[in-house]
Design a protein around this ligand. Sequence first.
Ligand code: GAL
Length: 684
Amino acid sequence: MATHTVIAATQTAAPAAAPRFTHRGIAFGCDYNPEQWPRETWREDIALMTEAGVDLVAINIFGWAQLQSADGSFRFDDLDEIIELLHAAGIRVNLGTGTSSPPPWLTTRHPEILPMTADGTRRYPGGRQAWCPSSPVFRAAALELVEAVAARYGRHEAVALWHVSNEIGCHNAHCHCDVSTRAFREWLRDRYATIDALNQAWGTAFWSQRYSDWNEILTPRETLSTRNPGQMLDYRRFSSDALLDYYRAEAAVIRRHSDVPVTTNFMVTAHIDALDYATWAADMDVIANDHYLDHRLGDPHGELSFSADLVRGLAGGEPWLLMEHSTGAVNWQPVNPAKARGQMLRDTLVHVARGADAACFFQWRASLQGSEKYHSALLPHAGPDSAQWREVRELGAAVAALDEVQGSRVVAEAAVLFSWPSWWATDAENTPSSAVGYLDQVHAAHRALRDAGITADVVDPESDLTGYRLVVVPGLHVVTDAAAQRLRDAVDVGAHTLVTFFSGIVDEHDRVRPGGYPAPWRDLLGVRVEEFAPAMPGADVMLASGGRGRLWAERLVATDAMVADRFADGPAAGMPALTRRTGTGVAGDAWYLATLLEPGAYAMLVARIAEAAGVRQEPGAGRDVEIVRRRSDDGTTWRFVVNHGADAVGIAVDGIELITGATVTGTTEIPGGGVGVIREEARR
Ligand code: GAL
């Protein structure tokens, strides 16, 4: 194995003028793993891809063991042939660097690259992604492969996009080996410069945790009691940065050989919180995401819409690529339901409605062997004579009919604030209520907006919010000074806001901001919370309005706000539950909600605030019906209607329905389970 100098992150960030991903229309594609199939299958694969309208295919995602032998030599003939076959069929290649999973010869020779869990045990190879993010040995070996792949295909016409590794950090984000520990110390030195500054930031006066030397610091390994929250938060940040540094090292090698855009597939999803993608987004030439419905959640489709809106937020409102989703069941949840007929189209359209310019799947042909043999694919085990395949062909035609939407942007007048540090800190050890999960709060707020027919961008709290009419801040626990100011600025210029409980409690080091919660927004909201009083599981609190509060109550004073509702019983009986600061000297209304409302009441509250804020609520949208608009620069608007329910819905719209090509005027019926994408001409 050749040795490479490890490339430092600072030298290798994305070029100033990043290449853009361009494609004719909305891309329709999949992961393709031809190495799992005999050669004879390849030609049939390509013919069927063509039949279905597949035009973007991700290959070489897990290619390392095929490409490089134990003696270090490379063999590219299969990959050459696949690329030529795809190219000849006019199918563009999303080329994996192949580094996602090291081959057994590498982990056998270098067991030190294997990751270590928090209990100090190594994880064995035999699955995937068995590598330590900070390992220079792994990085050198991986970059050698990237160098070979990029040099060979960097100028190949078929290559439309580079796909670095795969779902970076899906399994291996948190390593506790000695190499990672040393890298953590270096990261901390860069951040704090002195050990005193670190002691201050982490509050090590507590429990005799004061450090006198950098070498005393460990990653937060398993302890007998709970661990230091500041250390935990920094370790999360370090782990995310270590993998971003790794991404940059691969991207730098590719860029020496290719002008094609470089990206990797994010996992903006409910069950993976490893990476702070807000800090990754700027390094991507185009944002790409993988999304799978999670049936462990109470509301899988609510999470789908939320995820898509968050990915768009990461993309700064630009179109993004859905790199993977599934045609049917996955194989990694306790029970993996099949999709209902028509659901594949609905789910795909929700992503496109919310800004995706590519609809790709994992994977092309269902595997016969390996851990994923029961995972759905475009081409199922049953083969082309199957309802699944016929539906895939219909989907290919539907996606092609949407081509003109490509490049347009989603219209959103509202924003929901979201941050990974808030997720990490809220779901940490020793909080007031372990029943309060960050994502539950964020999903509930997003769902209330969706139910009220309001499209929201999900954005970073430190971004400019002054363009929004309504900013919802659900349980944003960690608030930096900069983020606190951003919300104040938006309200100053007229945005209305709704802030919910457990927001604005700690700074970026997880240190409580004193003087009454939420300290950075007390004046903005005109409230002062003196004490948390969470509800015991299942014990709702009644509100004076007759509604119910869930999970949470708190003892607060309305210092400069009207009380819109009160707790009628429970630990905060008689105290405000919902407040509104409005009137003289206040540009936008500032609402504060001290409990979690039931979905219907939450949507009504959001609708009421939105109305005052002048935010459009899509007529016809509701709990079962999603309506989202995309608009092009010339003012053409496409209205996406996705009806998840059983009943037809009438939508007043004039234009052309793209999938059927029908002209629609007056009230259009979208049947139960149906969809519509209606082009409305530019209003000039
Ligand atoms: C993703 C991954 C794919 C495949 C898929 C199954 O995590 O990138 O390789 O494993 O999930 O749902």
